[in-house]
Design a protein around this ligand. Structure first.
Ligand SMILES: Cc1cc2nc3c(=O)[nH]c(=O)nc-3n(C[C@H](O)[C@H](O)[C@H](O)COP(=O)(O)OP(=O)(O)OC[C@H]3O[C@@H](n4cnc5c(N)ncnc54)[C@H](O)[C@@H]3O)c2cc1C
Length: 506
């Protein structure tokens, strides 16, 4: 190891910032950490902005997080260590926003049951009734002779095509803005894949669960200790955000990182080239060169494939979709016909002329972020529907598309008092069938071809949610620290977990 060790992190989104935070907590001051961000702000897709005289909060990206799972624990530990607990807004599991989620099909809102007990009253509705035989008749057999398949194919094979086309397709619109016919069940819902693989039944798997790999169990214990009593409080919580939105995590990370002597944040510096040759690594921006002992790229894999010499196989094979986010605020607080989190729109509905994916009822979902009582909505449009379109509609057109959606679906015809349209270009990575195999190949090629100088993190690889990203950044930083402490040559790719396989509980 050289006496000083320079780690250059590409990208100042949640992935780059959290990786820098974890590294800076554990590494000695002799290790310099430099974050290079192309734009003049940090946070990437996370952006919360107040609008108008009344300072109405609009989220342009993620708006709520979930406390569950290992990723949820990692985020809780992060926000605790950033002293953000007093700024939390929590939505209990008993709140209408937790209980009431809808699917628009074919021309009305259908409330989804949130538990087995709530299933009975919903049975009178045809939409739910059609799903039941598929669930009850799930075959107890080992999987088809395939290592991966689309989410639609998997769900239709195990349950029925009503669930695949009308429920799962909507869920995928909500998470990936993607096409369930294209996305990989193994990468997007690994537990469903393993439930079938080990138990021959998703339902049986849901009841029995899976044994996590040893590393993750240890991490769970460690995170649990750090989070302490907060775990009990958060076990009653469905979703959470912050008084000033999700951006508060980014702002707190920036504030803390700027206090660290060995961390530098370079903004307005676009990385244009990465050179990894003969075990030497250099990062080139438009105006500077950063010789680096180790590079951690949190850029999308597409961007990395364009700037890395020599490039690596499979980097450019994860496409992403563009989403139009239209925030609307109305002075009348009572416009919504129902209360709840919002609704999703499956690909199967007819006349979805404006490519709508779903609508979030922000004023219900995260109340108390605004000082005034209003109705606030976000309409998401586009995603996979925008693939192959010559041009994406402009902002005025998108606003009128969103207004058409809320008028036709919710009967809201009023003029909004405030609105904002953001076109988030290529913002959500699409893990298509075979993604995990491609990531495994990429892991090996980074190991073999980059001489231990490159690791990757962020939404292109092993999970698009903030929870997954923070968890993966923490694990990557832990591995980097361990290698540096052992004073051995680094060979950490960030993709080690592609080789982890959970096992059944016997
Ligand atoms: C509309 C929307 C809604 C979402 N909702 C949710 C949600 O509710 N819950 C949830 O968990 N997740 C949600 N997500 C997903 C989540 O927000 C993202 O996956 C996550 O923020 C990605 O973080 P990242 O750091 O990996 O990447 P990014 O945020 O993309 O950060 C990468 C950074 O790299 C910078 N950069 C790019 N090129 C260069 C270059 N050449 N040189 C230097 N810097 C460069 C970019 O400016 C950016 O700041 C949503 C995403 C979107 C778009």
């Amino acid at each position: 190891m050289p006496s000083t060790f320079n780690i250059t992190i590409l990208g100042g989104g949640i992935s780059g910032l959290s990786t820098a935070w974890y590294l800076s907590r554990s590494l000695p001051k002799s290790c310099k950490i430099t974050i290079i961000e192309a734009s003049n702000r940090l946070g990437g897709w996370i952006q919360s902005r107040r609008h108008g005289e009344q300072g109405i909060l609009f989220e342009y990206g993620p708006r709520t997080l979930r406390p569950g799972g290992l990723g949820g624990l990692a985020v809780l530990e992060l926000i605790k260590s950033l002293n953000l607990i007093p700024s939390l807004i929590t939505i209990p599991k008993t709140h209408p926003a937790a209980l009431n989620r809808y699917i628009y099909y074919p021309d009305r809102l259908n409330k989804l049951p949130h538990s087995l007990l709530s299933l009975a009253p919903s049975l009178s509705r045809a939409f739910i009734r059609k799903a039941i035989p598929g669930i009850l008749r799930e075959p107890f057999v080992k999987p088809a002779n395939t290592d991966d398949e689309s989410i639609t194919a998997f769900i239709a094979r195990r349950f029925n095509s009503h669930i695949a086309d009308n429920i799962m397709s909507a869920v995928i619109h909500g998470i990936y803005a993607g096409d369930a016919n294209q996305l990989s069940v193994r990468s997007v819902f690994p537990s469903l894949y393993y439930y079938e693989h080990y138990y021959g039944s998703v339902l049986k798997g849901l009841m029995r669960g899976l044994k996590e790999v040893e590393d993750k169990k240890e991490l769970e214990r460690e995170l649990g200790e750090c989070v302490g009593d907060l775990i009990n409080d958060m076990s009653k919580i469905s979703i959470f955000s912050f008084k000033d939105g999700i951006q508060m995590i980014v702002d707190a990370l920036e504030r803390e990182l700027r206090k660290k002597e060995n961390v530098a944040i370079k903004m307005g510096e676009k990385v244009v080239k990465l050179e990894i040759e003969n075990e030497k690594a250099k990062v080139y921006t438009e105006s500077s060169v950063f010789p680096s002992s180790h590079i951690i790229s949190t850029l999308s894999s597409h961007i990395l494939s364009r700037i890395l010499t020599p490039t690596l196989p499979y980097l450019s094979q994860t496409p992403s979709v563009t989403v139009a986010v239209v925030n609307l605020a109305y002075s009348n607080p009572s416009l919504l016909p129902v209360t709840g989190f919002g609704y999703l729109i499956p690909a199967s509905i007819p006349n979805n002329i404006y490519s709508a994916l779903g609508v979030v009822f922000d004023s219900d979902a995260v109340p108390s972020q605004d000082k005034v009582n209003i109705t606030k909505l976000t309409v998401m449009l586009g995603g996979h529907y925008y693939y192959g379109m010559n041009s994406i509609p402009n902002e005025d057109e998108l606003l009128s598309h969103a207004r058409w959606v809320v008028s036709n679906h919710l009967g809201i015809r009023e003029e909004p008092m405030l609105w904002n349209v953001t076109i988030q270009r290529e913002c959500i990575s699409q893990y298509q069938v075979g993604h995990l195999d491609r990531m495994r190949e990429l892991h090996h090629s980074i190991r073999n071809m980059c001489g231990g100088r490159l690791s990757v993190a962020g939404a292109s690889y092993l999970g698009v949610s903030v929870n997954d990203i923070v968890l993966n950044s923490r694990m990557l930083a832990g591995r980097v620290v361990e290698w540096i402490e052992r004073r051995r040559k680094l060979n950490v790719t960030g993709l080690e977990s592609v080789e982890e396989i959970p096992t059944p509980i016997i």
